[in-house]
Design a protein around this ligand. Sequence first.
Ligand code: FMN
Length: 359
Amino acid sequence: MHPFSRSMQVDLHASWWIGPIEIPTRLVLAPMAGVSVQAFRRQGRRYGAGLVCSEMVSCAGLQHRNERTLGYLRIASDERPLAVQLFGSEPEVMAEAAVMVERAGADIVDLNFGCPVKKVTKTGAGATLLEDPERACRIVEGIADAVSTPVTVKMRRGLEDGSRACLELGPRLVEAGATSLTLHPRSARQMYTGEADHSLTAELVRLVDVPVVASGDVTSRARATEIIERTGATAVMVGRAAQGNPWALQEILDGRAGEPSRDEVVAELIVFIRETAGELGEERGTGFLKKFYGWYLGRGRFPKAFKQELVQLATLAEVEARLLAAAPGAHEELARLEAELPDGDDVLLDLPISVYGGG
Ligand SMILES: Cc1cc2nc3c(=O)[nH]c(=O)nc-3n(C[C@H](O)[C@H](O)[C@H](O)COP(=O)(O)O)c2cc1C
């Protein structure tokens, strides 16, 4: 148990710092591949996340100026503070990618040392780096030298069940220049099964003098508070609980429980659809959005058949019309939301605009 746990009063609204970047709340929105688009991140900020993160971006993709990869560097001003997460295994290539991320306007360069997916680990990237400490440290050092934005690292516990690799590597990464560490204490082998073992988070907190963010199974205010008290972590990260459910962030931050009304759900989903169509374009957006319908409309909010109906529709305009027919009160809610939404000017890069993909 953390020595301060008994007396610690957790104020999730207290700001904290990653290097010179002030993070206004103790809640961080997790990077999630195929989920963490701009609409997700902007929504996360509106509902109280103090820091949001892009999904992992391929350094090799940036090196080769792959159009879709470059699209991940689109950053709107109202997302900030924002981290862009990179994955790769070649220190020089990663340092160059980090410079691009900094130029794109990210406040923080985060490094993925946790992805358990074979396609990534077989290239020496992601979770593989947990057991390749020399390379991992060279990557952090190289990037810390190349950019002036803070460099942070997100890790799993190790490759195999029971591994404690993160505890050996963590302090070395800090020495190499990491200004904050996030730990998702599952092994790569575990993927998402079992439970995150936050006793490791508590150990890591004691070993390093930079902020540690606890990731894994944070689903409620009670859980968030308990994890911070038990581990001494500076902040918690929320992933799956926020999919189609920004209200979870509100509950964690303010304890404001209660399910959103159907009108609120539909209005948020429509804003999400519109922003995603703007980012990815109508065609790519149509396929991308399908999984979100289940996330928003599930949880007992709408009958299952309704989601099935939406995924069959060919255009996003039809999806919107069908949603509004099912929750007519959402018109008013939507108008209110749209009026309140920040402008979110895109930060411009010195690359031709056509490379950003989408609209
Ligand atoms: C669909 C999905 C995609 C993810 N993609 C990433 C990623 O790109 N980078 C990363 O560091 N973690 C990724 N993660 C891990 C999450 O950031 C987080 O650590 C993990 O889901 C545990 O938190 P949770 O229990 O709150 O979901 C992903 C998780 C999910 C479910």
